[in-house]
Design a protein around this ligand. Structure first.
Ligand code: FA5
Length: 337
């Protein structure tokens, strides 16, 4: 057995010193000390020699094994060092080559538009608040003076979750929440998603609105007009706008504001329904009934409210002729913003 050990030792020693690369050495290591190595075979043979010779023989095998391990580690270090040196000597780094570019996302055009609108209105004192997407019938309709049998409910094409809960059809319920938990003066805007069963080039089932509400002791329609004119001028510059009389159950009097269609410069096209105008928001003086439903005395407070359609604004700002482009997640479209 001793002779066998000596020959394994010599063979392993020569193979270790003869390894030319660190990869070669890895192979030698597994052949020398691995599971199916001759060393392991020797260990198994120990059981076959006389009992009194086993301790000495076992010790000898271990000593040789340890020596070889030390030799392998040293050789490995030397090989790695020389490999690194030779690769540094032969490889050159061209620091003028362009780096690897990682695609960087941008903000969605709707997010950008919301930020632009909240920034403009923030400048004239409107605080930004959050609303909830699921509302009860009370907040979405009743408290806003849209009673159960009111025909205005048909205008909203509501998604009902159950008999009492709806996906909010507009951001106006946020007015009620705000007035219920605060007293005037109130000057807020509330951006958010709203939902209606509605779809064509200018209507989407999920879209965004920004609600605005200003309540104080004395508020006039002139202030509403001044605020919205300032806001629209900041967004569109000199593009013609018009205030058109309208009706909302929660405002009295009410108005809708149109911006001249940028697609056809007012001549009429399929985006503006051949009218030359695109409606971007609804507005009006807060109805006395709404003040009553939140416990305010309508003889003591006045206010105005407005609801902006964010997609419509984004369409006008960027000359986009189909609202559905915003939701298709086509990178060729989104990368332009
Ligand atoms: C309302 O939703 C009212 N709550 C707005 C309001 C608030 C009036 C406060 C008075 C006081 P309307 O349904 O008209 O009103 O919607 C407001 C704006 O949302 C519209 O002017 C339009 O720009 C946009 N809009 C309406 N329906 C859609 C739709 N399906 N897809 C995209 N934008 C829409």
């Amino acid at each position: 057995m001793k002779t066998q050990l000596e020959s394994i030792q010599k063979f392993s020693h020569d193979s270790i010193l003869g390894a030319k690369t660190s990869i070669d050495l890895d192979l030698v290591k597994s052949r020398t000390l691995g599971k199916s190595s001759d060393f392991n075979g020797l260990m198994k043979m120990l059981a076959t020699i006389p009992k009194e010779e086993r301790p000495e023989m076992g010790k000898l095998i271990n000593t040789v094994k340890n020596e070889l391990e030390i030799l392998i580690n040293k050789k490995q270090k030397d090989l790695l060092k020389s490999e690194r040196e030779s690769s540094l000597a032969t490889q050159k780094i061209d620091s003028s080559l362009p780096g690897v570019e990682f695609p960087v996302g941008t903000k969605h055009p709707i997010t950008q538009t919301i930020e632009r609108i909240t920034e403009i209105l923030g400048r004239i004192g409107f605080d930004t608040k959050e609303g909830t997407e699921i509302e009860t019938d009370f907040y979405n309709f009743e408290a806003l003076n849209i009673k159960e049998d009111h025909p205005a409910r048909d205008m909203h094409d509501t998604f009902y979750l159950n008999t009492d809960h709806v996906l909010r059809t507009h951001t106006s319920p946020a007015q009620i929440h705000e007035m219920e938990s605060n007293s005037p003066p109130i000057k807020i805007i509330v951006p958010g998603q709203v939902f209606r069963c509605d779809s064509d080039v200018t209507h989407s089932p999920v879209f965004h609105q920004i609600e605005g509400l200003y309540v104080n002791k004395k508020v006039s329609f002139a202030e509403l007009k001044g605020t919205l004119s300032f806001f629209i001028n900041e967004l569109f510059g000199t593009t013609p706008i018009r205030f058109r009389p309208s009706y909302f159950p929660f405002t009295e009097p009410s108005s809708e504001i149109d911006v001249q269609c940028v697609m056809c410069q007012g001549k009429g096209c399929n985006v503006c329904g051949h009218t030359g105008w695109l409606e971007i928001l609804g507005a009006g003086m807060v109805n006395r009934e709404v003040f009553k439903s939140v416990g305010y005395n309508p003889d003591e407070v006045q206010g105005f409210a407005f609801g902006v359609g964010v997609e419509r604004i984004a369409m006008l700002m960027h000359g986009i002729n189909d609202i559905r482009l915003f939701y298709e997640n086509d990178r060729r479209f989104l990368e332009q913003f």
